[in-house]
Each structure stands twice: as C-alpha cells, then as structure tokens.
Design a protein around this ligand. Structure first.
Ligand code: ADP
Ligand code: ASP
Ligand code: MG
Length: 445
C-alpha cells in the first residue's frame, strides 16, 4: 500500500476509534416517554448531558406493548369490535402526544397515519400465519411509533438526530417472540450502517425489535429494549451505556412490593447478572453479558432525577452487599413422577432437560427424589401443555400454578425468617448467598 494512504488510513482509524470510544448508548423505556411531558424531559436530558456521539434506544410509549397485545389477541380471535376498540386506544394515546408536541401540519401526522394504515391492512386479512409471527409483525408497531415521535421532536428542538430502522441492523433468526441475535451479521451491519451516522447525528432507534434475513420483523422477548441497547454498546464499543428508569437506580427490592428499599450505588456485573437472572425486572437479564464481555460500564439512572448518579454496574470484586430480594411472578411447579417405578436418574434427567430446552421452558429451580422430579418454571401454559403431552407415556405430571418465586441474596437470618413466616412453601433451596422460596402468588410479603 502507498505509504501516504497507509498513514492516512491509520489517522482515520485512530480518529474514528476515539470517536467511538467516547460514544454513549442511552435507553429510554416506556415510562420515560409515556406522554408529551416525558418526551420533552428526555430531550432536555440529552441536550444537557450528551455532547458526545450518542445512540438512543427507545421502547414503546407507556404501556403500548400491552395495548398492542390486546389488538393482536382480538385479531387472532377475529373479534372485529375488540380490534377496533383496542386499536383506537393505541391511536388516541399517540395522537394525544403528537397533538401536544407538534403543529397540525407537521410531517409526523402523515407518517403516523401511514403506520396505522399499514397495520390496518394486516388486520383486515384473516390470520394465515402463526400467532408468534403475527405477534412480532403487529406488536412491533409500538416502537415504530415511539421512535418517530422522539426523532422528530429531537430535531424540532435542535438536537440533530436521525431515525433509524433497527431491523436493518439487528439480525436475528426467525424464532418469533424470542428471536436469537446473529452476532456476526449484526456486528457487521452496525459498524457499516450506524457508526458513520454517529459522526454527525444522534441516532434514534427502536428497542425490542430485530429483523430476519428475509426482512421479517422479530422481537427479542418482552422488556427486551435494555438488551437492544447492550447489543449496540457491544458492537460500537461504547464508552458507557445508561438506562433511564422511573426509579433512582437498582434498589435492594422492587419498590412496588417493599417500602423504600435502599439504592445500591455500585454493583458488579456478576451480582447484576444474578439479580436479573432471578427476575429483578429493572434490567433485562440478557443485558449484562455483552457489556461485561467488553467491560462497558452500565449506569441505571432516574429520568426524574437526571443529576443523581444512580447505580453503576461494572467490574468490582470487593463489595459487601446488603440483603436483596427478587420476586418473580407467574411461576408453575411441575411435579414429574415416573410411572413405571424407574428411578429418575442421570439418564432421565438428561431426557427431561432436553425436553424442557426444546420447548423453551425457563427453569428457575429444581429438586428431586427417587421417583419424582420437581421443577419450578415460568408459567407459559401452551409450552407446559406440549411438555406434558410429550411426557405422558412415561410420567404423570402434576401442575401447581399461580405461584411466585422469592429469591433472597445475601440474606440475614431475620429477613429470611420474616419472609417465610406463616406461609405455605412449595419448594425451598439454600445455596451459599442465595435462598429461594416458592409460594402462592397471593401471599403477602
Ligand atoms: P422500563 O421503563 O425501562 O421498561 P421497567 O418498568 O421495566 O422499566 O423497570 C423499572 C421498574 O422495575 C421499576 O419501576 C420497579 O418497579 C421495578 N423493579 C423491580 N425490581 C427492582 C429493583 N431491584 N430495583 C429497582 N427497580 C426494580
Ligand atoms: N416495549 C417492549 C415491552 O414492553 C420492550 C421494552 O419495553 O423493553 O416489552
Ligand atoms: Mg420495561
């Protein structure tokens, strides 16, 4: 290579690398943009705090994903009245935000109208595809609407931003509703498409969504927008990632269930991974790994108190943690008993776990005796039904549902005793700093 070009390419490399080094990824969840005031607030946060190349991942506004699920269910059941009612609620929610933020002749009005027309076209056909496929094509509308609003509003208030279709970047398989990321394709697409845009613009894109190689929309699992932000952080070697929540940061428990749980200011990747694995809703469990792999710090902050430092998650080794409680709802206990009096031994375990994996049933706790294998799983009724059918020839399966799983980390004796007192416990496990209790969902904590 000509020496001049070589030196030039090195300079470009270094410059580009430096740019990406100071690059920030932000994720704003549904609660932060639930109304027009929320959209104004996040624009202020970006204006005041991010003079860097910044990529912004946005979820659907407020509870739109739940509202879109109602649209889908009505469509699946072909109940025209419910379809219209559910769709009108989604339209009214977004129109109210748009009316408050934009003038009547603003281009967003037509663009939003077009999104709803496309959706109505789908809803006019009788369903021909699987529920999961239709879920992703329909429910994804929430993120398309929210990002349109945020990107236009940012530009209107002087934040030079670019709306981007995430489905062109995050490449997944076609396992609809729980799509798995193709990291090689995604890394390449993000570096080619997104990195150059960040030189001059703030990029605004959708959380939760991906696209197959055939350009069908996929979703990454409910609450998956945190994970989307982590994928971009990884692919762009972001300097840090921040998720903006309606809580001051990661707390020792869910404040909707426990009064005033204290803020945890510093959390290691390992501890964050454990907490989220057991169901701490504040961060999606898949978020931590890509960040840990590249040692990218994760801030969890409140969009209501943007100046407070919140929680910083990174590599720490010497933290002593306070007791923490994680509550995971919608659990079922499956008691699987061998019919022919064979032991449930290693061979049987291996068969049972292969089946659980093949139906993608999430296992949260297990216990076994000579003839029985008890397993606490996420209560996905249709998957459990398929599993029971597959086991029917060799096992009887008893199902107890409406349960919740309480995980106590770094427990103190009194806390454990208090949480357990006067309750029927269906399954219990104690491993070092981890205690788990399975109880009825109506038990008061
Ligand atoms: P997003 O707006 O990004 O979707 P979520 O609603 O999914 O945010 O997550 C924030 C919520 O997580 C909080 O409102 C809080 O009720 C809940 N939560 C559960 N466990 C915790 C915890 N340990 N710390 C903080 N919040 C928690
Ligand atoms: N909008 C999606 C959901 O509510 C993804 C997310 O918010 O993270 O599940
Ligand atoms: Mg959420």
């Amino acid at each position: 290579m000509n020496r001049f070009i070589f030196v030039l390419s090195k300079i470009v490399d270094v410059f580009f690398h430096d740019q990406l080094q100071s690059m920030q990824v932000l994720k704003f969840g549904g609660a932060s943009i639930k109304d027009a005031a929320g959209v104004r607030n996040i624009a202020e946060i970006v204006k005041n705090k991010y003079p860097y190349p910044t990529l912004i991942v946005v979820s659907a506004s407020g509870k739109t994903t739940n509202a879109m699920e109602l649209v889908l269910d009505a469509y699946w059941q072909q109940n025209q009245e419910d379809i219209h009612q559910a769709l009108n609620a989604v339209k009214a929610h977004h129109q109210a935000i748009v009316q408050e933020l934009f003038a009547a002749e603003h281009p967003i009005v037509d663009e939003m109208h077009d999104i709803f027309i496309d959706l109505e076209w789908i809803l006019e056909e009788t369903p021909q595809d699987t529920y999961d496929y239709l879920y992703d094509q329909i429910v994804s509308t929430g993120e398309m609407l929210s990002t349109l609003i945020v990107a236009y509003y940012f530009n209107d208030v002087g934040l030079n931003s670019q709306w981007m279709d995430v489905r062109d970047c995050i490449r997944t398989d076609n396992n609809y509703r729980d799509a798995q990321v193709d990291w090689v394709e995604t890394l390449q697409a993000v570096q080619i498409k997104v990195a150059p845009m960040l030189d001059t613009k703030i990029v605004v894109t959708q959380g939760f969504l991906g696209g197959t190689s055939e350009n069908f929309t996929t979703t990454l699992g409910r609450e998956g927008s945190d994970f989307t932000a982590a994928i971009f952080s990884y692919c762009l070697d972001a300097e840090s990632m921040t998720i903006w929540k309606d809580v001051p940061g990661v707390l020792t428990a869910d404040p909707r269930i426990f009064d005033n749980p204290p803020l945890i200011e510093a959390l290691s990747y390992t501890e964050a991974l454990e907490m989220t694995y057991y169901g701490a809703q504040v961060i999606h469990p898949k978020t931590i790994r890509p960040l840990q792999n590249k040692m990218i710090p994760l801030h969890v902050k409140s969009f209501l108190q943007a100046d407070k430092s919140g929680t910083l998650i990174q590599s720490y080794s010497d933290i002593v943690y306070p007791p923490m409680i994680v509550v995971k709802n919608q659990q079922a206990l499956l008691k699987i008993v061998s019919k022919d009096f064979y032991f449930v031994d290693e061979g049987k375990f291996s068969e049972l776990f292969s089946l659980l994996a093949s139906y993608r049933i999430k296992v949260n706790m297990t216990q076994n005796t000579a003839l029985a294998f008890s397993v606490c799983v996420n209560n996905d009724e249709s998957k459990i039904e398929q599993l029971i059918n597959a086991l029917a020839s060799s096992y009887t399966v008893e199902v107890i549902d409406q349960l919740k799983l309480i995980t106590i980390r770094h427990s103190e004796d009194t806390l454990y005793k208090d949480l357990r007192a006067n309750k029927k416990i269906y399954l219990e496990e104690k491993i070092r700093s981890n205690i788990q209790l399975l109880m009825h969902q109506d038990e008061k904590l």
